[in-house]
Ligand binder design. Structure first.
Ligand SMILES: Nc1ncnc2c1ncn2[C@@H]1O[C@H](COP(=O)(O)OP(=O)(O)O)[C@@H](O)[C@H]1O
Ligand SMILES: CC(=O)OP(=O)(O)O
Ligand SMILES: [Mg+2]
Length: 399
């Protein structure tokens, strides 16, 4: 079964064509900087044993143009991997917010699309782009079945004590206001790899997903029991451009005392805060460079970023009454030695001790970075949301 996986972001589309159940990646790539200067389509494929990589710079005003350009690469006579878009049997979409309606992977119907649309206000940076990805894919891959895999689904096992908020009951009962949690596909994928690696299922795990968006999950025997994100993907950890946890009074102060509109506050907290707000840069590689240049703001921002993760580790250990392993993943978690070091140092009370040398440059698919006397395993595991989405699609439609 050929599954074309689409991970639509606000300004990018990551994609992979995966043959299931062999898990063979036929091609992959990204459409970057949609609607901006310097837009480009990247395409990688293996043809008769040779790896090829093509980059096409072109104006990409919207997702439709971007996905069309990908379809042209897929079917190109020299470097294409299929003859016709109709050879794609299933398109798997990452959809960030599934609310309480969707606890599992869904075949996309008009009704499902309507529900995804109703959830726009809860994930304004993500769901509109995911929805657009579905609409465009339906036009290009006309014969394919379209499937939605929700970031929120994995977190639906949280107990009420973790997902309810202490606000009047009617807001939950009538309007579904509760903690949902995100990046579930990634938390699920890396926690399953960890369980396989450690050779048992009865585990208390904390997964730390650090990409542009960042979140953590407490996972007991494979089920999520708590997570750092809530109603929308804004709270919890400090992120590239999002503040994470702040005192709610800040919002009222910005509106009532400083005269900002609610829309402006939303933009500030979603797009201008986090590492960007603290340093002027949202990309960790830029911030590392600033630290090397001796920029004190960059140093402080790193400390804040790691301190927040430490606090969540402490609270999740308390929630699970124990801990077997912490797993780092996502662009920062996989690549940024300094973040892992800052998070894990001075955590010996909780049985966490990092080995500086092992932490230098993880090379294995699953790399242990704890010291020999650490009670808790510290693992670096690359995430693969696209593969997990393809697996979910195969699980739903494979037989
Ligand atoms: N070698 C590296 N060192 C530090 N950070 C890195 C490195 N490579 C990537 N990153 C960081 O990873 C983040 C993006 O992670 P990624 O998981 O790709 O994000 P997303 O999927 O949310 O777009 C960026 O902040 C980037 O700086
Ligand atoms: C939910 C979320 O924050 O996703 P991303 O990290 O892709 O922005
Ligand atoms: Mg991501």
């Amino acid at each position: 079964m050929n599954v074309f996986v689409i991970n639509s972001g606000s300004s990018s589309i990551k994609y992979q064509l995966i043959k299931m159940p062999e898990e063979q990646v036929i091609c992959s790539g990204i459409v970057d900087r949609i609607g901006q200067e310097g837009a480009r389509v990247e395409y990688k494929a293996t043809l008769s044993g040779n790896e090829i990589k093509e980059i096409k710079l072109m104006p990409i005003p919207d997702h439709s143009v971007g996905l069309q350009a990908v379809a042209e690469f897929l079917t190109e006579s020299q470097i294409g991997v299929i003859n016709n878009p109709d050879e794609v049997e299933v398109v798997g979409h990452r959809v960030v917010h599934g609310g309480e309606k969707f606890a599992s992977t869904q075949l996309i119907s008009e009704e499902a699309k309507q529900k995804i649309k109703e959830l726009f206000p809860l994930a304004p940076l993500h769901n509109p782009a995911n929805y657009l990805g579905i609409e465009v894919a339906e036009k290009i891959f006309k014969k394919a079945r379209q499937v939605a895999v929700f970031d929120t689904a994995f977190h639906q096992t949280q107990p009420e004590v973790a997902y309810r908020m202490a606000i009047p009951n009617e807001f939950y009962e009538k309007h579904g206001i509760r903690n949902y949690g995100f990046h579930g596909t990634s938390h699920k994928y890396v926690s399953e790899r960890a369980a396989e690696y450690l050779g048992k299922a009865d585990l208390k795990l904390i997964t730390v997903h650090l990409g542009n968006g960042c979140s953590m999950a407490a996972i007991q025997e494979g089920n999520c029991v708590d997570t750092s994100m809530g109603l929308g993907p804004m709270n919890g950890l400090i992120m590239g451009t999002r503040a994470g946890d702040i005192d709610q009074s800040v919002i009222f102060h910005l509106v009532n005392q400083l005269g900002y509109s609610l829309d402006e506050v939303n933009t500030i907290l979603n797009k201008k805060s986090g590492m960007l707000g603290l340093t002027g840069f949202s990309d960790m590689r830029d911030i590392q460079q600033q630290i090397e240049k001796g920029n004190p703001e960059a140093k402080l921002a790193y400390q804040l970023y790691a301190y927040r993760i430490k606090k969540y580790i402490g609270s999740f250990v308390a929630a699970m009454n124990g801990l077997d392993a912490v797993i780092f993943t996502g662009g920062v978690g996989e690549n940024d030695r300094m973040t892992r070091q800052l998070v894990c140092e001075e955590m010996n009370f909780l049985g966490i001790q990092i080995d500086q040398t092992k932490n230098e440059s993880p090379k294995q698919t699953v790399q242990e970075i704890q010291s020999d006397d650490s009670n808790v395993k510290l693992l670096v595991i690359p995430t693969n949301e696209e593969l997990e989405i393809a697996k979910q699609c195969f699980g739903l439609l494979g037989n």
